[in-house]
Design a protein around this ligand. Structure first.
Ligand SMILES: [Mg+2]
Length: 281
């Protein structure tokens, strides 16, 4: 790991899905097929490739992992995260379950879990209330399946086109009044207790690792906090934050969208590292 000129290592915190890795449906490839970028498989599920990144993106990430404290930050559960294969996988810190779980060398951190449990205490409605709301009297047919993530939060698979007008706003207000927040990403609708955030976990890793400059990337509302926490932030020109026209003074937006935005993000981060790291002796 190289050292920032301030003496502290640089930390790179990045969301995974639709930021670094892409399903076939989210790739948004344009142009002639024979000019498409070469790709590598980043996730296999049920014996079939599910998520990808460009080969160039993977090479860039290898360099970033060598030169920084690279921290994957995902809303995926531990089991979902364990399928993702990236350079450096299984070493160092990783944030899963939207910040409820902090992994260190692949093992969950007990202190962080206890901290999360305490913070849920009185600040937000119990998970069962949200489950009942989504499945009970207020249920709509466009919400196809409702699941819990490690008993921390709820996500639903939805038919976006069939969602009733105003449903998302109403659900958002209902959740907010109970200390929860919502996020719609592709076909997944998340309801997450407000104290469970990616930024709290990223801040904890930053404190423990003594890192200096923080560079962050993400595409959804659940990533807004890490972009705000970062010294330098970047997001793709697609996804929920792009729909919200989310901007910050220190935030760069990619010119590419889809899987090529992932490559552009990693190229940007590599450039930041090259500029800010002192040359190796
Ligand atoms: Mg994402």
């Amino acid at each position: 790991m190289s050292i920032h000129s301030s003496g502290a290592p640089v930390m790179v915190a990045s969301d995974l899905d639709r930021t670094l890795i892409y399903s076939v449906n989210s790739m948004a490839l344009v142009g002639s097929d024979h000019l498409a970028p070469r790709m590598v498989v980043a996730e296999v599920y049920d014996a079939a490739p599910l998520s990808f990144m460009t080969r160039t993106a993977e090479e860039l990430l290898e360099g970033i992992v060598e030169r920084s404290i690279f921290v994957p930050v995902t809303t995926r559960t531990r089991a979902q995260f364990s399928r993702v294969r990236l350079p450096g996988s299984g070493h160092g810190y990783a944030v899963t379950t939207n910040g409820a779980v902090l992994l260190h060398d692949g093992e969950p951190d007990g202190d962080w879990s206890r901290h999360i449990q305490r913070s849920l205490g009185s600040e937000c409605a119990p998970l069962d209330d949200v489950l009942c709301h989504l499945r009970g009297g207020a249920a709509v047919p466009a919400v196809l399946r409702v699941r819990t993530a490690e008993e921390y939060f709820v996500y639903s698979i939805v038919d976006r086109q069939a969602l009733p007008d105003g449903y998302l706003d109403e659900l958002g207000a209902w959740c907010e009044a109970r200390g929860w927040m919502t996020s719609l990403q592709g076909r997944k609708l998340y309801c997450v207790p407000a104290p469970i955030t990616k930024e709290a976990a990223v801040d904890e890793v930053r404190r423990r690792s003594g890192s200096g400059l923080l560079v962050a990337a993400g595409d959804s509302r659940l990533d807004a906090g890490i972009l705000e926490l970062a010294d330098i932030a970047i997001r793709p020109s697609h996804g929920e934050l792009d729909s919200d026209s989310f901007s910050l003074p220190n935030l760069t937006v990619t010119s590419a969208s889809g899987v090529l935005a992932g490559e552009e993000i990693l190229s940007f981060v590599s450039g930041v590292l090259a500029e800010t790291l002192a040359p190796l002796p």
